[in-house]
Design a protein around this ligand. Sequence first.
Ligand code: SAJ
Length: 461
Amino acid sequence: MARKIVVVGMGYVGIPVAALFADVLGFEVVGVQRRSKRSGWKIDWLNQGKNPIGGDEPGLSELIKRVVKKETFRVVEDLKACEDAEAILIGVQTPTDNDRVPRYESLKEICKNIGRHMRKGVLVVIESTVSPGTTDNFVKPLLEKSSKMKAGRDFFLAFCPERVMVGRLIKNLTQLPKIIGGINEESTRRATELYSQIVKAKLYPTNALTAEVAKVVENTYRDVNIAFSNEVALICESLGVNAYEVRELVNTLPNDPSKPMSNPVRNMHYPGAGVGGHCLPKDPWLLVNAVDTYGRFKLQPKLIVTSREINDSMPTHVVDLLEDALNERGKRLKGARIAVLGVAFLENSDDTRNTPSATLHAELQRRGAIPVLHDPIVREFEIPFTKDLNEALNGADAVVLMTKHKEYLKLSLKEMKQKLKTRVLVDGRNAFSQEAAVDAGLTYRGVGKAKRQSGRRCHSS
Ligand code: SAJ
């Protein structure tokens, strides 16, 4: 008898997790996806064995094709599919609202519905990142109430955070260690056994609350490190040195985490035009929110909040660099037509969640400029954009690079210059050599780069 798994939410987490389990001998997986305007189309695509996730995702398309062909994976709309499932994995969006408070409407709905259908002995796993305390204090009571069963005895519950990253979904899911946080030992034991079927790396058992804190801390750690690099970039701009060269020099210090005491580990992150995605702009607030909601004593995290503010300010800094470069060319930003390269928050992906390009677009409009967004990979976005690069470049007063898609790295700066009305290039991701841009006759500005008047050599380019 096949081991039946249900995966709720066919997104960047749910799709690869479901397909991986469906590829394990003896497993049958049913994905559940609402037929919403935004994501309903994925149901039919997946059932035709097609991969709805754009951009480069090594191995995912072949895997989906294979498991649909061998009929171990299908997608439905109804949570009724949970009735005979031995495990139910939840990978739905857990956004925060404008006040940075977690909004769990969809998680709440799903837990209430799953509770009505799930059978005795089932294991429920939360993969989505949630504010610490949510599994024990929000999900557990919801499931107990709608199932009329006792958690930890009649059914089992664990928080096992995803560590996916667009561009390497399969690799991260199978090669990265997995944290397994059960509400009790039996829940942890069952979840560990389940994930050992697809995760080839080490599994780390712990309790739900510790797992929740670890997940948001690992993303907050990254966000704080990026903020540090962004602040160093601003310092380097004012001192006239290249922050990326500084980063390389700093990282020449050995970086072997396995021998932390033998050498001072340095792993300076990349400065850039901002921090986007579903995780880094949100997870620090989940940590801050947890202290407010469940904290034994109140405290106001300063470093974490300041880091968010620094990272959120980078798109506006890019507009400042643009305004300065245009002034050098005797052009005002107001009324200027700006070609913005890149809508996705991450290179070579189609993911636009919390993209810094949206913040840049709003700031350009606020200052009276006319932004034209371009992206070669993104399928849909709430702001109109073009996939035709010439449409964006021709007659523009400046180019602003926001996403380091590989398509842009191949661009000829000379050809780009020919198409522009005002020859300004602002590099938000260290995509281009300052030297080459200036030699091509462009006025160049870059996050973390020394300001160099056309024709004069700076300290380092
Ligand atoms: N970024 C920088 N500088 C850097 C690294 C990233 O400016 O040095 C920017 C990127 O351009 C992007 C944003 O930060 O706009 C996020 O980039 P990311 O590479 O962190 O991509 P995510 O958000 O998809 O992935 C993160 C990862 N978290 C960690 O590495 C700790 C991934 O492992 C998580 O699985 C993922 O969040 C998640 O889903 O939580």
